[in-house]
Design a protein around this ligand. Sequence first.
Ligand SMILES: N[C@@H](CCC(=O)N[C@@H](CS)C(=O)NCC(=O)O)C(=O)O
Length: 307
Amino acid sequence: MSQPTPILHHFDQSPFSEKIRIIFGFKKLAWNSVRISRIMPRPDLMPMTGGYRRTPTMQIGADIYCDTQIIIRELERRYPTPTLFPAGNAGMPWALGMWVDRPFFQNTVALVFGFIGDKVPQDFIADREKLRGAKFDVAAMTAALPQMRDQFRANVDWIEAQLGDGRPWLFGEFSLADVSASMNVWYARQSIATIDEIMKPFPRTAAWEERIRAIGHGTRTKMSSADALEIAAKAEPESPVFGDPADPNGRKPGDVVGVMPDDYGKIPVHGEIVSLSAQHIAIRRSDERVGEVVVHFPRAGFLVIPG
Ligand SMILES: N[C@@H](CCC(=O)N[C@@H](CS)C(=O)NCC(=O)O)C(=O)O
């Protein structure tokens, strides 16, 4: 049976979305692209995610995947060849994602906005303050630029060192590690006018970036948010029910919970557990515009609270 086409809800400048676009390219996938605005509101998306607002999200019918970690897991499950985990590298590429998604990303955000400075639009600042629950202090980021440059250099230097023996990819063969580690360098390159000077000491990294760029983004077809919503409304979630006998907290299908990120955008999505494991949790919820959907989250970096 042919697979339904994945729908990515994303915006062009989003570095987390770029990870997924590269994976579409690597796996040579056709996908539907719903462009969302960089700031809230996103009125056709929230009925599907139940309030989760970070970017990107992936939709397959009435199954909604929140956070790149679970999106990647699902893409690898549905399209295992070519694999993102070659030569027995089944665990560490995931762990490396935590470095990339958190400290390295926060460093790059501060660097990018420190450079952009007072040209950052006020509505964007207000939106990101809401997301973080903290001040998005562009003046402080500009003041911290020397520190942020040091941090960025140290992070990129690890990539350069790993490529030091002339290997084309971080773990030898192309893997999720390359997709993840390239995210912040890509982001800085899109956003900082003097990036060539910053990247000058890192020729192997620059050549590696070129190889990643050559992978492309697969075959993209534009879709409106209204059409995506209608697809979800007409589809039934496909997630089977299964429990995890080893769940440390005795959680099981049918339990009503809230799930939310533990770092920013901490908006709990409420629903009834459909399935769970050490690395995923899927909850069923319904909304008057989309009907029943199953929303999927990773476990690492997410909190599960009583519903
Ligand atoms: N851990 C999340 C982080 C996603 C994230 O922070 N994305 C940024 C955009 S690149 C975001 O959500 N910005 C706020 C927004 O789009 O509402 C993931 O892996 O998907």
